[in-house]
Ligand binder design. Sequence first.
Ligand code: HMG
Ligand code: MG
Length: 322
Amino acid sequence: MRTPSVVRAEGLPERVTIYEVGPRDGLQNEKALVPTAVKAEFVQRLVAAGLPIVEATSFVHPKWVPQLADAAELMALLGERGPGLDELDHQKLRVLVPNERGLDRALELGAKHIAIFGSATETFAQKNLNRSLDEQFAMFEPTVRRARDAGLDVRAYVSMCFGDPWEGAVPVGQVVEVGKRLFDLGASQLSLGDTIGVGTAGHVTALVGAFVEAGMSLDQLALHFHDTYGQALANTYAALQAGITTYDASAGGLGGCPYAKSATGNLATEDLVWMLRGLGIETGVDLEQVVATSVWMAAQLGRPSPSAVVRALGTGTAESGA
Ligand code: HMG
Ligand code: MG
């Protein structure tokens, strides 16, 4: 296993939390349906690799995202006797929930934490949620309230923060207004989504600065980069310089959004861990185990991982048959 040379850079955080979205964002866009047992093993292996949070699946309408229509079966598999997961591990799992119907389903199956997902633009709200920009808040408000009453922690996503495939540029002020409104429903964290991967580093600095100016603290913000134009690591570095300590990533760089065709894979967890390790920033994640998991998953999916680090390190692991 090769490792990066470690040189600390001035002024960056000492520790970063990686929020793993592979089983949800990664698999929601796969053409082939992945067997539920494979998804369960994927989640279990990611937890075993030290990822502190794993977004396991979605309780959205099964017709809207057929790839995750087995959410109930997956939760049952990951349940009390789930593969290698104990009670502490269950606290690490989170599921995506758009509305009260989704929350009911998630609660029934023992979900511990949820994430809602809003849109910064009118067009994507319509396409992804079948709601107007304004209507989305009416859908999320009772969902968040009831989740909180049931003792669940709620994360909020805001999508299209750096650009929208239908509307083009999205003003920073609009993103801040929508994002704050979603967060103020009762979320503990707001994840800023570059859904189609068009953001660049200066834009990240400006957006984080605007949220801080609007009264949000750095630990309430997370960044969610897709790597369409290869900017995800540069954007992460800009966010590190701004003091952000939570980053979403997907093992092997899987990912996309079925309702935004120009969305490609997320920032790969391995690429992120490699860069952070080189900067001397702690994550608690075992890089070798994540790489082996992505190599195994690539074999299940029948194609190689797009992650540069998986390609560089993946050959020579026991399961490099992908
Ligand atoms: P809708 O058609 O407007 O739903 O869809 P509705 O409220 O009108 O209800 C219609 C029927 O659907 C009803 O059944 C409901 O019970 C049922 P009927 O009474 O007619 O028999 N229904 C449900 N069934 C199961 N589970 C549910 C559910 N909700 C309603 N949760 C809805 C509205 C929000 C449900 C739909 O638009 C939807 O499911 N959208 C999800 C799209 C999605 O999952 N996109 C990908 C995730 S977002 C993303 O990837 C971005 C992110 O990664 C960040 C970034 O990159 O920017 C997070
Ligand atoms: Mg995403």
